[in-house]
Design a protein around this ligand. Structure first.
Ligand code: UGA
Length: 445
């Protein structure tokens, strides 16, 4: 199948590369020439495990090409995935300017049947608006539906991949959701995804759009729920790790997304929850549950900061070592990373911060002025008064705690992800604090 993917960000690039890997001929399009030039050389502009190897292989096999022009890039394509950015406006609403631009430009250059597919997370009804935009911007000779009109379809095919395991997620989907308006479009999707033998959920356009919103919002709700439980655990002296284990074995609940910590970040959950609240409000429904989910998430960062202030006592002039900056492991993505808020708050109080992250330091540099980024864990902790674990990178599991203890000024560890819960850090002489592990028992409980 001839496919074009417009937008070479996270979702677009991974989609393009994986579709090419499945045997399709793919053109990835982006307005950013620098990005396209990098991609042509086989260099992905993002860090995602496995992506660089696949990209180079597909370029060599001539199954993937790159372009900055929608006109030339979509010329041969039967299917056009729209995976451009949908940033938030100040009121939380999704800004769909880029989506509209793509729909218009594709339409202006259309001379044969095309299936336009929403891949970016967009509000319900965007599909209908795309259809209208395309119809109104087709070359004039094709506009009359009853006389020489050009056939086209609009569909929604939301993506559920996670950063850090994006290729794995794309190749082994729990389900593939397609919202279509015609049998022809449905058949095209069946053909595209045939090699994956997926469970296909075929719906109308609006339902598919809502499935994406509902799924991300539900996962964010699960995280805020367990974070609220963690708050109670800390106050009554219970252990959230045991609580989530005990809950998670119930098949109706499930163990996934019950890890308490400093809250969710990234380019999806914060933005999508915000956009869904706004969408619901616009449709006349006040989604108070999601409003609480957002508030709980924000409060987790403040709670962690208060814990540090409480246990460190005086923050001013203290040296604070930070391990992990990205919003989650296996990515260099710093968007809405909890680390930024936490570090900035401590800097404001006069702390000196030293940080190490295996992949995100380049992206972190401009976001965290005044932070010394170190070449390894040991240079970060040397002489530090406390250590903060903010991202659970697997390699931190293997660190030499004895050496860390020797290097630090004070043996104080704050674990924002409960990563070292099983390490018994007390045996090395550390005072250790996780989240929801019953810390205030006997003190305030
Ligand atoms: C999320 C969804 O999981 C994907 O299905 C979806 O396709 C994607 O958004 C998107 O809309 O594009 P992603 O943001 O890459 O994926 O990362 P997640 O693994 O979902 O983690 C999100 C945040 O939640 C991270 O900050 C993570 O640390 C946090 N989290 C996750 C917790 O705090 N606790 C948990 O138990 C799980």
């Amino acid at each position: 199948m001839e496919i074009a993917v417009v937008g070479s960000g996270y979702v677009g690039l991974v989609t393009g590369v994986c579709l090419a890997h499945l045997g399709h001929r793919v053109t990835c399009i982006d307005i950013n020439l620098e990005k396209i030039n990098k991609l042509r050389k086989g260099v992905p502009p993002i860090y995602e495990p496995g992506l660089d190897v696949m990209l180079k292989d597909l370029i060599r096999k001539k199954r993937i090409t790159f372009s900055t022009s929608i006109k030339t890039g979509t010329k041969k394509a039967v299917v056009i995935f729209i995976a451009v950015g949908t940033p938030s406006k100040p009121n939380g609403e999704a800004d769909l300017t880029y989506v509209e631009n793509v729909a218009r430009e594709v339409a202006e250059n259309m001379h044969s049947y095309k299936l336009l597919v929403e891949k970016s997370t967009v509000p319900a009804e965007t599909g209908l608006r795309i259809r209208r935009t395309v119809q109104m911007n087709l070359p004039k000779k094709y506009r009359n539906k009853n006389n020489g009109g050009l056939e086209f379809d609009v569909a929604s095919n939301p993506e559920f991949l996670r950063e850090g395991s994006a290729i794995e997620d794309f190749m082994n989907p729990d389900r593939v959701v397609v919202g279509v308006e015609s049998k022809r479009a449905e058949e095209i999707f069946r053909e595209i995804y045939k090699p994956l033998k997926p469970r296909m959920i075929v719906t109308d356009l609006k339902s598919a759009e809502l499935i994406k919103h509902a799924s991300n919002s539900f996962l964010a709700t699960k995280i805020s729920f367990i974070n609220s439980i963690a708050q109670v655990c800390d106050r009554v002296g219970a252990d959230v790790l045991k609580v989530s284990e005990g809950m998670g074995f119930d098949k109706r609940i499930g163990r996934h997304f019950l890890d308490a910590g400093i809250g969710y970040g990234g380019s999806c959950f914060p933005k999508d929850v915000e956009a869904f609240i706004h969408l619901s409000e616009k449709s006349g429904y006040n989604f108070i549950l999601l409003d609480a989910v957002r508030k709980v998430n924000e409060s987790q960062r403040r709670y962690f900061i208060r814990l540090i202030e409480d246990k460190l006592w005086i923050v001013k002039n203290k040296v604070i070592a930070v391990l992990g900056l990205s919003f989650k492991p296996n990515t260099d993505d710093m968007r809405s990373a909890p680390s930024v808020d936490i570090i900035q708050a401590l800097q404001k109080e006069g702390a000196t911060v030293r940080a190490y992250d295996p992949q995100a330091m380049e992206n972190a540099q401009s976001l965290l002025p005044g932070v010394t980024l170190t070449k390894d864990v040991f240079s970060a902790v040397k002489g530090a008064h406390c250590l903060l674990l903010l991202t659970e990178w697997p390699e931190f599991k293997k660190i030499d705690f004895k050496r860390i203890h020797n290097l630090m000024q004070q043996p104080l560890v704050f674990d924002g992800r409960n990563m070292f819960a099983d390490e018994n850090l007390e045996q090395y002489g550390f005072e250790y604090y996780g989240i929801g592990r019953g810390i205030y028992k006997g003190e305030r409980g």
